[in-house]
Design a binder for this molecule. Sequence first.
Ligand SMILES: [Zn+2]
Length: 291
Amino acid sequence: MLNFGTATIDTISDLDRFALPIDLLFPGRKIETLEPHRADLAPYHVDFDAGEILLGVHSHLVRIGGRTILIDTCVGEHKPRPRRPDWDQRASSGYLERLARAGLRPEDIDIVMCTHLHTDHVGWNTQLVDGRWVPTFPNARYLIGRAEFDHWQARELESPGVHNHGCFNDSVLPIIEAGLADFVEDGFDIGGGLSLTALPGHTPGQLGLCLCHGTQQALFCADAVHSPVQVYQPEWASRFCSDPAMAVETRLKLYDRLADTGNLLIPAHLRHFSAMRIEGSGSGFVPGFVT
Ligand SMILES: [Zn+2]
């Protein structure tokens, strides 16, 4: 657990470790390019022998002012994801048990923030009960970006069920139908020093959360940064970014804004550490890991 001002931040893991061959995540990129940074990137973020980038699939839990905010809900259970074996029809993931160890039942979550609507960020939005997908967090308001929702809804109308492993139907629509969704935009004020900030490029409507305490900030940046690898290599866009050039631009703006401020960057897939600080180094950047 990380203390930040009057808030606490917990990482609730759903799947760790999640290994992707470097060419699958970063097309055309080579593991040898990262060799100069081996001491920082191994063993948690890069498996140099296997040529893999190592990610975790996590939620972040913010408690502030008596409220609980769960940021992103990972892969979930029992969902048909046949194109990704380690996501497909999962069971016994231990996710809700880890939430319980942090002192919370699903009923205790006040806000679920969906940074974007990719499969590995909305899975626990719902769970299977008596053959139906029902909201896992029945007392929460689920915040969903308006631009993000409109984008994926339009794609679903064009070709139903094929995008994002089908998660729109089993993990997003049931929340809308249950009346638990609030559509939000860049700048939305959640209260308690938390507000939303647009981070487009990975998806058209991706939103990050900025937690402010005085002059200090912690920025939950979702998939604007997948891995510390992209601190050394900001121009490495992932295969899963809808607009790679914009994703790079957004990432560089983040680094420029955060560099040498001491502020915290909290990517959704960061393993082992709670956060990173961004430090300027010559014309580039290096990560400073926060336990
Ligand atoms: Zn992701």
